[in-house]
Design a protein. Structure first.
Length: 670
């Protein structure tokens, strides 16, 4: 209900020269209604602002912007021994009344809100919403707790004491435009009068919240006739309350809207219907109001809420503070100032310890923050923890108890700077908070060191494998260099190894450097690979002795090598090359030595693998001639062997030169 809706009601009911009681108050101002997000409010955020002093998000009921339950003026008053009441023409657990007596993330959770309101201890609840969709599920609960339950105006009139639950429609109450003398629903004015009577008769101080709920509904429909009747009924109800307040100096009465709806404006009027008179029948009053509403030229800009500033007026204690008010949240302060003047209970008794800010390395385990919350006024102890303003999972709305630390594990935090804030409530005190700034320093990834790797030239399936891991990330980028040249660029992950298979490496020593990144920092490992050559192996041929002209004598060698490049051999007999060729591991090299002259013969085989690896074997063959007397067996002489070998090596080097020139195959690739 914006200022123009109030003015519209005044024109219809009293005419241009008449007064609206809403505007006839000692103190008034205009206040903003925007929600905490700086956008146009809904009824939930607006009611929460008025009832708790906290701006919040749309849809949120009785909780601040961090979804933390905060005490409502009703709860604060109840804690001080007040009796409380709510009167509306909407369902009793609709957003506005809910904002004064419930705590929920979403105004549409009617069942939870109904439970919350039933448990809130509000002593008087009058309105609509008796269906099970709204408050119907709680009727029997409240009856069991001693509430009088009434469903029509006659029964309400007969109620003599609190507590009372009056639900007069399954949904919203009937439009005032449609009221007749036979209507069974009480009017807003009747409900307010009865409420003030019952609350005042309790002998205790009281807080009553009244909403003319359907002013908003009429504006959503852009229906100025419905609007006129609802505004006028609200004004009549306020007039009654103002009269009561004017006669009781300790009564604070505030009137305000939660927001404007429709962007409603008035551009002129031309009345031909006279204003309603007290002496008119109900039917005549209603007809006159309808006619006069239609005789005013109006315009709606939208069917939604607007951010138009709304009127705030007041009578009684602390209402001079209205002059300093600028937002709906100030209404809470004005009401709270009023109830504080009556009792001396301090509500700022909730305490949270304040651990210092922390700087930690991400790889250091076992880090946590520990807060201790204490309060002598525990009603509903809840806390929530926020990480950089967002609720931390698992800490949304937990319970706490005095002197039991609330501990959060900060090990899962990745590198960065985090604001960890705890908000605690006992639902009576002003909520308390503490913030800890945690700086998590990045540690670079850890890389395993697989080297050194050494293998024989020609071996296959040789590889280096690195394991990369990091405390905060499970993968990242990796680059591998061989002797400074990039040979691989890709990613690592903590469950697999980063592999490099050695392909056709030449003989030599190679360095492989892995550089792994976690997105912030890098680390590296250098491992060495040595490719070596091993000489061929050769079977040992035993020395041979045979009789002159003996048959079937031979020498045989079996040569093997793991890394054959060019497999050649040369056989020398008494330092003379008698045979050259290629060898392979599958077949032995065999030469026949029949027919040698009697005497001692020296045979040598030299095998070459083409990579600088050689092997040789030296054999003596003694051919005996036992038919010739006087010739003795010539003993094998070591001195001779070494001389012979020395000579052979000279020959060998010549042979190698020949082979080098013949064909140098491409042995490796990068
Ligand atoms: Zn609305």
């Amino acid at each position: 209900m914006g200022p123009n809706q109030i003015e519209f009601g005044r024109l219809v009911e009293y005419g241009p020269g008449g007064n609206s009681s809403i505007l006839q108050v000692p103190n008034h101002n205009y206040v903003d209604t925007n929600n905490v997000d700086g956008t146009t409010t809904d009824s939930a955020a607006a009611a929460t602002a008025m009832a708790t002093g906290y701006k919040t998000h749309n849809y949120v009921i009785g909780k601040n912007a961090w979804y933390q339950s905060v005490p409502t003026i009703m709860e604060l008053a109840e804690a001080k021994g007040y009796v409380t009441g709510i009167v509306v023409t909407s369902p009793i657990n609709h957003a506005t009344p809910a904002g004064f007596a419930a705590h929920n993330d979403d105004r549409n959770n009617y069942a939870q809100i109904a439970t919350d309101m039933a448990d809130s201890g509000i002593d008087l609840l009058l309105g609509g919403g008796s269906s099970s969709t709204y408050f119907g599920t709680q009727i029997s609960n409240l009856q069991a707790r001693g509430y009088a339950h009434v469903t029509d105006r006659a029964a309400l009139a007969g109620v003599e004491a609190l507590p009372v639950l009056g639900l007069f429609n399954q949904d919203y109450l009937t439009w005032e435009r449609d009221r007749t003398d036979a209507s069974t629903e009480p009017s807003l004015q009747e409900m307010v009068a009865k409420s003030i009577t019952l609350l005042n008769a309790s002998g205790k101080p009281f807080v009553l919240m009244v909403e003319g709920s359907q002013i908003d509904t009429a504006c959503h429909s852009n229906d100025k006739v419905l609007l006129a009747h609802e505004v006028i009924e609200f004004e009549k109800a306020f007039k009654y309350a103002a009269s009561f307040a004017s006669n009781n100096s300790n009564i604070q009465l505030l009137v305000c809207a939660d927001h404007e709806t429709g962007g409603f404006t008035i551009s002129g009027y031309d009345f031909s219907t006279p204003a309603p008179q007290e002496t008119d029948s109900l039917a005549v009053k209603i007809q006159k109001r309808t006619n006069r509403a239609n005789e005013i030229a109006t315009h709606f800009l939208s069917t939604s809420h607007t951010s138009t500033r709304v009127y705030l007026g007041g009578i009684g204690p602390s209402t001079n503070q209205i002059l300093n008010a600028s937002h709906l949240v100030d209404i809470f302060q004005i009401m709270n100032a009023s109830i504080d003047t009556i009792t001396n209970i301090t509500i700022n008794t909730l305490r949270i310890t304040s651990p210092g800010d922390m700087v930690v390395h991400e790889s250091t385990r076992g880090k946590n923050i520990s807060w201790i919350i204490t309060s002598p006024n525990i009603n509903v102890p809840t806390y929530a923890i926020f990480k950089n303003g967002s609720l931390l999972q698992g800490h949304e709305n937990n319970s706490w108890s005095n002197n039991t630390p609330v501990i959060i594990d900060i090990d899962p935090l990745p590198p960065g700077i985090f604001n960890l804030t705890i908000l605690a409530s006992d639902r009576i005190s002003v909520p308390a908070r503490d913030s800890v700034i945690v700086t998590v320093l990045n540690d670079p990834p850890a890389i395993s060191h697989p080297g050194p790797l050494e293998y024989e030239y020609g071996s296959t399936m040789q590889y280096l494998a690195w394991h990369v891991s990091d405390p905060s990330v499970s993968n990242g980028s990796v680059v591998i260099y061989q002797d400074g040249h990039c040979i691989y660029s890709g990613t690592w992950n903590s469950t697999d190894l980063v592999n490099i298979t050695m392909r056709d490496l030449d003989l030599g020593i190679f360095n492989y450097t892995v550089v792994a990144s976690d997105g912030i920092a890098t680390s590296q490992d250098t491992s060495f690979v040595t490719v070596y050559n091993r000489n061929p192996t050769i079977s040992i041929q035993e020395d041979v002795i045979y009789e002159k002209n003996g048959k079937g004598n031979y020498l045989s060698w079996h040569i093997m090598d793991n890394s054959i490049a060019i497999a050649t051999f040369v056989i020398l007999q008494d330092d003379i090359v008698i045979m050259t060729g290629n060898w392979n591991a599958m077949e032995p090299i065999t030469i026949c030595i029949d027919g040698l002259l009697p005497g001692k013969h020296h045979f040598m085989i030299i095998a070459i693998d083409g990579l600088g690896g050689t092997i040789s074997d030296s054999v003596f063959v003694l051919v005996q001639d036992t038919t010739t007397s006087g010739i003795k067996e010539i003993p094998l002489d070591l001195g001779m062997i070494s001389m012979c070998t020395g000579a052979c090596l000279v020959v060998l080097s010549l042979v190698l030169v020949v082979f080098e020139k013949k064909s140098r195959v491409k042995m490796y690739k990068r």
